[in-house]
Design a protein around this ligand. Sequence first.
Ligand code: NAP
Length: 455
Amino acid sequence: MAIETINPFTNKSVKSFEEISEQELETKIDTAHKQYAKWKDTKIEKRAELLHKVAAIMRKRKKELAQLITLEMGKLIKQSESEIEMCASVYEYYANNGADFMKDKELEVESGKAIMKLSPIGIILGVEPWNYPFNQVGRLAAPNIMLGNVVMIKHASNVPQCAQAIEDIFKEAGAEEGIYTNLFLNSKHIAKIAEDDRVVGLSLTGSEKAGASVAEAAGKNLKKSVLELGGSDPFIVLEDADMDVVIKNAIAGRLGNMGQACTSSKRMIVLESVAEEFTNRLLDKIKGMKVGDPADASTEVGPLSSEDAAEKIKEQVDATVKAGAKVLLGGKRIDREGAFYEPTILTGIKKGMLAYHEELFGPIVMIYKVKDEEEAIALANDSSFGLGGSVFSKNIDRAVLLASKIETGMVFINQYTGSRPDLPFGGTKRSGYGRELAAYGMNEFVNKKLIYVGG
Ligand code: NAP
């Protein structure tokens, strides 16, 4: 795969980058390894200072960095700016709280004294996706760099300018070489890097296929891995939900980032008594949304991340419709230059149809009508994925009880599944394992060392 910026609004190539050579890779690993020996013993206040500087530079250059995101993967410009803000807040969060998270803890034991000490382990390799090109990287880099690990990032091939910008920001913030390293590399080299003794942990955010390949490489070499993979999150609407809140969240939760989010509200599961109202109000909101240039702040529907992504969604919707699903809105490519696909509403999806089982990474709303809560839970759990989900009801106790029966890593009540620095993020089933963010994000690539004083 070429390492290249192709603007999805025009499908034109903008800039391409050379892959690094084997020798350059060796030099970068060697530099990171030597840097780790220094960084792990650098005062935690110094590590926090670096992260604060990174955050400050991001905030200062927000407009320009947001333009890069929009250029490379087509995100609406306002959402690109929000991503930069969110990413800066992740760096600040770990700078502010990391020292507390790392404090020694005395354990309750039957005799003697037991201390749990968190210490860094070395170079962590992150394989990252294009859909939140700054924030996904920040979620791995911030906790690990705060902890005393160093990181190397192999970013998605279609966002090289974002990848380079992140490394440049670290340099500008005063990071010595090897603390944060960008690798312009084809993914076929990941397995080889996993064999290197100096690289001690691997993290991937992306598809199941890529996740399996990274987990295999990590496993073969007895290394720890964290996987943040895909999802097909349920968005459950009970009959007593506040429909204004529901509709607002359905739009943001499904059409934000043009539906290209792992926790996007992909399956709307609605009790039949409110299904008609839900469907009509959603339809009204979505039809007529303004299609156009993602760099124009008034645009509501931009392109998908690439021509391949738009074609893949087309094939998935076509196959589902051919199998009998109904198109209430959209259902085809938009007839214009660029990687555009119409915001689409599908109903009548049944088990066995493609969309019932696969992740649809685009602006496709699937509406399922169910007769009661039990049917909603059964449908929500009839998925190989287990990332996030939402429940809407005015009765919080009822919603929390229902949420506890959903087999996912996260359930949000009266809100679409989102991401915040202080909320642990991650999935179960085929959505991966391990957690990012909050204190949990500093608990993955770490030696949880016991020091025991006999007595
Ligand atoms: P992808 O193809 O898996 O790409 C993600 C990253 O993995 C890229 O850097 C890619 O490099 C690399 N990669 C691809 N094949 C690989 C392999 N065999 N071995 C090692 N690395 C490999 O993912 P995508 O389809 O572009 O991204 C969307 C997916 O990510 C969706 O499924 C989405 O749900 C998931 N996602 C999950 C989360 C989460 O936190 N759970 C967050 C965001 C996205 P190249 O670009 O060079 O191929």
